[in-house]
Design a protein around this ligand. Structure first.
Ligand code: UDP
Ligand code: MG
Length: 334
C-alpha cells in the first residue's frame, strides 16, 4: 500500500467502471484480462464492478475477486436497473482522477485502455473508442444502428459520434459534469456528448461477445432509440405540427374544390371511396401525433416524480481507492 500522507508521491488513480448483469460466464476471464493490462501501467487502479441485480453467480464472483484483488470495488444494486443506471452508480462512486467505462462481456477490448489513458494524459476530457468494424453482429443490427445514428445526428443539435458505445475514458471534470445530471431517462451516449469539453476518438475493432448472451433484443433497441431521440430533441413534436398543418391545408384545398364541383355539376352523392380514405388518413395522422405527445408526456411524468435513480444493497470500496479523498473533493480540473 502506498502512503497516503505523501500526496506528492502518490500515483494518479484511475477507476474502471464495469456494469455487470448476469455475467458469471465471462467475469473471471474479464478480470484476469483487464488486470493483466492494468498491471503494466504506472497508475493506481480501482475496478468498480456494479452488480445490476444479477440472478446468477455474478455477485459471489465479484466478492471472490475482491478477496484476492485489493483493487476491486463492489456496488451491489438493490435490483436490476438497466445498464445506464448501473453505469451512473459506478460513475458516482468512482474515486479516480479519470474513469474508464467498459462492458464486462469483453466486447470492449481492455488492450485499448492504455491508448485511452495516453490521450487523457494529452489533455482530452472524453476519449471514446470508435469501432471501425463489427464482427459477429447481424446485418440487420448493423444497418439499424447505422440509421439510428444518422437520424439522431440530423434531428438533434448535439453530435453523437457514430459507431461508439460507452467504452471510453472520462476526466475527473467530465465525470463531475455527468454526476450533476439527475434525469431518469439517461441516454448515456447522448449525455457524454452533451457535456462537451475536449473529446477524441480512438479506433478499434469490436469483437463478438466472449460468452453469455446479449441482453438486447430489437424491442429493447427500439425503446433505447426512442429514449435517445426524445431525451435530446423535440423534433418529432415539431414534425407532427407541420404534418398537421399540411393535412389541414390539403383538406382546405379539397374542400374548396368540392364546393366548386358541387356548384357546377350538382351532387349525385358519390364519393364514398374518397370519404373513407380521408377519414382513415386523418385518423391515422391524429393517432400518431397523439402517440408522439404521449411519449413526451410519459417522460415528463417519470421525471416529475423525482424518484432516486437506484438503491445500493451493498457497497464495498477497494482498499486501493479508500485511502483517497471522496470523488467530490477532487478539483474540477483533470
Ligand atoms: N448490463 C447491465 N444491466 C442490464 C443489461 C446489461 O449492467 O440490465 C451490462 C452487461 O453486463 C454488460 C453491459 O451492460 O457489461 C453491456 O450489455 P450487453 O453486452 O448485453 O449489451 P450490448 O453489448 O449488446 O450492447
Ligand atoms: Mg455486449
Amino acid at each position: 500500500m502506498r502512503a497516503s500522507i505523501l500526496n506528492t508521491d502518490q500515483r494518479q488513480l484511475i477507476s474502471i467502471v464495469v456494469p455487470a448483469f448476469n455475467e458469471e460466464a465471462v467475469l473471471p476471464h474479464f478480470h484476469q484480462k483487464i488486470s493483466g493490462v492494468l498491471s503494466e501501467q504506472p497508475f493506481d487502479f480501482e475496478i468498480v464492478y456494479i452488480n445490476d441485480g444479477s440472478s446468477d453467480n455474478t455477485l459471489s464472483i465479484i466478492k471472490e475477486l475482491r478477496q484476492s484483488d485489493k483493487q476491486v470495488t463492489l456496488i451491489d444494486l438493490s435490483r436490476n436497473f438497466g445498464k445506464e443506471i448501473a453505469l451512473t452508480a459506478g460513475l458516482q462512486k468512482a474515486a479516480g482522477d479519470a474513469v474508464v467505462v467498459i462492458d464486462a462481456d469483453l466486447q470492449d477490448p481492455p488492450e485499448l485502455i492504455p491508448e485511452l489513458i495516453k490521450e487523457w494524459q494529452n489533455g482530452y476530457d472524453v476519449v471514446y473508442a470508435q469501432r471501425s468494424h463489427r464482427k459477429g453482429e447481424s446485418l440487420l443490427k448493423r444497418t439499424t444502428a447505422h440509421f439510428f445514428y444518422r437520424i439522431i445526428q440530423r434531428i438533434s443539435k448535439i453530435t453523437i459520434p457514430e459507431d461508439t458505445g460507452d467504452f471510453r475514458i472520462l476526466s475527473r471534470r467530465a465525470v463531475n459534469a455527468l454526476n450533476t445530471f439527475n434525469e431518469q431517462h439517461r441516454f448515456m451516449k447522448g449525455l457524454f456528448a452533451w457535456i462537451g469539453y475536449r473529446q477524441k476518438a480512438v479506433q478499434y475493432q469490436r469483437d463478438p461477445r466472449h460468452s453469455g448472451e446479449t441482453k438486447w433484443n430489437y424491442w429493447k433497441l427500439w425503446n433505447f432509440a426512442i429514449d435517445g431521440i426524445t431525451s435530446f430533441t423535440i423534433a418529432p413534436l415539431k414534425i407532427s405540427t407541420y404534418l398537421g398543418l399540411l393535412t389541414a391545408a390539403g383538406a382546405f384545398g379539397y374542400g374548396i374544390y368540392m364546393v366548386i364541383e358541387t356548384l357546377i355539376y350538382g351532387n349525385p352523392v358519390p364519393g364514398y371511396p374518397s370519404l373513407i380514405v380521408i377519414i382513415l388518413i386523418l385518423g391515422g395522422v391524429q393517432l400518431v401525433a397523439i402517440g408522439i405527445l404521449g411519449e413526451y408526456l410519459g417522460r415528463i411524468f417519470n421525471e416529475t416524480k423525482g424518484r432516486p435513480l437506484y438503491f445500493v444493497n451493498e457497497y464495498l470500496p477497494s482498499s486501493s481507492a479508500s485511502s483517497r479523498q471522496p470523488a467530490s473533493h477532487h478539483s474540477i480540473e483533470k
